[in-house]
Write a protein that binds this ligand. Sequence first.
Ligand SMILES: Cc1ncc(COP(=O)(O)O)c(C=O)c1O
Length: 339
Amino acid sequence: MPAAEIDWALSVYHPRPADSPWRLDALFSPSLMRHYSLGRWALLEALKIAGVGAGDAVLLPGFICREALFPLDILGARPLFYELGPGLDPRIEPDQLPPAKAVIAVNFFGFPQDLSLFERYCRRHGALLIEDNAHGLFSRDESGRLLGTRAPLGVLSPRKTLPLPDGGALLVNDARLAERSPRALPPAAGRGPSRRSLLRRAAPWLGARAMAYCLGAARSWRAAARERTQPPGSPNPCPELLAPLSMPSPDYEARRRRALYLRCESLIGHWVKPVFPALPASVVPYLFAYRADPEPARRAESLLMSEGLWSLPWPGLPESVSSTAPGHYRNVRGVHFLW
Ligand SMILES: Cc1ncc(COP(=O)(O)O)c(C=O)c1O
């Protein structure tokens, strides 16, 4: 279908299924892939492979969501936060950072993080590098490498990109680590269609704007509940993640997300400052991430709503970071490309 005929805003609520089923593990071959219900379970396994135990230090960015700390809490590991600049580039001096068992580099919003400083740190301290690519399924760096495959271990959260009930994945990219990798988990019992999947079917009749207004109202009713951290439940993946996927194909999804990103840029670019100055050709963005002062942010939000789009702040900073976090960790919002 030519790009002009696709209602991209509607695709947020009703993404088009692939013409033929495809497999996620085939896309990431030859890396070994293990499936979970959430990315945080995959991160837990990655830390275990790195040998992280109680009291061990793990380096990770201070600009991070609380959910990413869950595996460290489970293991009793000690988070050491490194700084990021406003462009979300690491401000680390590898020779001056304290030793840690593992270091986590995050491809924020699907944009590739430069791994060279982290690799230098790992060579110096014998730490294992984990590429947290929860946001960047299908995204690549400028040399064409899929994000999540550039370090010995990678973490994915396919549920953030594809309309799945849940889904996380661990990538073991270094064959020498394969023997330490966990056994595959059986799928969780099937749950029947969720309320969200039923609403997705109704989206073509309701249209993107009606969906956005209804969801906005539902979100404010649930605002208090959202503050509570949800317990993560079982690590076993949904059966849909293990079977051939009838979800949007990687090519379609890349086009869809890039088109939405560029649409957001032209719609609200006058009022807001994108976190990243440009959208490289190889990037498949998770969100349109921007910063804005309160008044322009309100203008931007109403422009977005007029098209059936909306943004939310990111991240919910961990308590240990939020009291000392710099301003540029607190003013990021993202326009979502999948509901
Ligand atoms: C950067 C990052 N890493 C890991 C996770 C964990 O992914 P999941 O929510 O699938 O557990 C998230 C989101 O929660 C995240 O934003």
